[in-house]
Design a protein around this ligand. Structure first.
Ligand code: SF4
Length: 329
């Protein structure tokens, strides 16, 4: 949906963001095509909220998360953070902005240096961004944050392999928090955890959000988790947002056929409301050669002839929008 410029409610405003990857072939490595991983994204993230970004694997949601943080360069579009465009900010100003935007990845073992003590992994970012006057102050802060997330600060001189998977993910959360961010991308951050640990982690993330005034972009394929944590939901399909709205609206009255199909696979807690999951036809088309018209039309159970000819626009409403020519009002 189209963000309104300068809207004080939005921490992040994404406009027309496009991140394509060239496909190269032959001895000369000529560009023979483009993978349209992120293809014209319009999205707002409101200050203090948790926006869940959902969709099947390969729909471009992680690429979008990395593009927002400029971990991957985009070719087109704007990412306004507090009104400042991250895509055109000069390198000397980017450093402070980088501090404010952090990410927690799915695999903490890959995210942490196995040869660094936990204390050093956490304090490294603080030092880089000038947080804390000296090592003693930084160590004190590391201890406070470890305690806050349920880790024993006396273990700060241990190495990542000496912790459990859940503890390692808490270390990654502490590392992000230590540089005093405003916005955190949580990229499948609880997906690899056992269900009971996952629930603890979600509670912890909610508590930290309140305490530190954080805004989250929660990237996941797990709609059960989304129902628990999200204020709003954006559904992504083949590089585009196809529906966006409050979590209540999305779960109670989804308007896009793709959202309805995704939700039908989430078991209801009420046995009387359990229905058979809807099946989506065929495979996800290649993002290097997306279908004409509505990108979902080859798989959509509601498609009519017009759908293959006309690309639906993402409808713009303050409460959310949908990209479907047949969407109910
Ligand atoms: Fe389905 Fe047509 Fe709507 Fe696309 S525009 S989601 S094909 S009904």
């Amino acid at each position: 949906m189209n963000p309104s410029p300068g809207d004080k409610g939005n921490l992040l405003e994404v406009r027309g963001l496009r991140t394509w990857f060239p496909i190269r072939a032959g001895i000369l490595q000529r560009v023979t095509g483009q993978i349209r991983a992120v293809d014209g994204i319009e999205l707002n993230v409101r200050r203090g909220e948790t926006l869940a970004l959902v969709g099947e694997s390969g729909c471009g949601k992680s690429t979008l998360g990395y593009s927002l943080l400029r971990l991957i360069e985009s070719q087109e579009g704007e990412v306004l953070f507090n009104g400042q465009d991250l895509c055109s900010v000069p390198p000397d100003e980017l450093k402070d902005l980088r501090r404010k935007l952090q990410i927690v990845f799915q695999d903490p073992m890959a995210a942490l240096n196995p040869r660094s003590r936990v204390r050093d992994s956490i304090a490294e970012g603080m030092e880089c961004f000038g947080i804390g006057n000296n090592d003693a102050e930084r160590t004190q802060r590391v201890a406070e944050l470890m305690e806050r997330v349920g880790l024993d600060p006396r273990q700060m001189d241990r190495y990542p392999h000496e912790f459990s998977g859940g503890q390692r993910q808490r270390i990654c959360v502490v590392r992000a928090l230590a540089v005093e961010p405003e916005f955190i991308v949580l990229d499948e951050s609880v997906s690899a955890l056992d269900v009971s640990i996952q629930a603890q982690m979600l509670n912890l993330l909610q508590g930290l959000q309140e305490e530190f005034g954080l805004t989250y972009l929660f990237i996941t394929h797990d709609l059960g988790v989304v129902r628990y944590i999200a204020d709003r939901v954006a559904v992504m399909y083949l590089g585009q947002i196809v529906e966006e709205g409050s979590a209540d609206q999305i779960f109670e009255s989804p308007r896009h056929p793709y959202t309805r199909i995704l939700l039908s696979a989430v078991p209801s807690v009420n046995p009387d409301e359990r229905t058979r999951p809807l099946r989506v036809q065929g495979e996800v088309p290649s993002p290097s050669n997306p279908p004409s018209g509505c990108r979902f039309h080859p798989r959509c159970p509601d498609a009519i002839e017009r759908c293959s000819l006309e690309m639906p626009e993402l409808e713009t409403r303050p409460e959310g929008g949908v990209r479907c020519i047949l969407a109910p009002e």
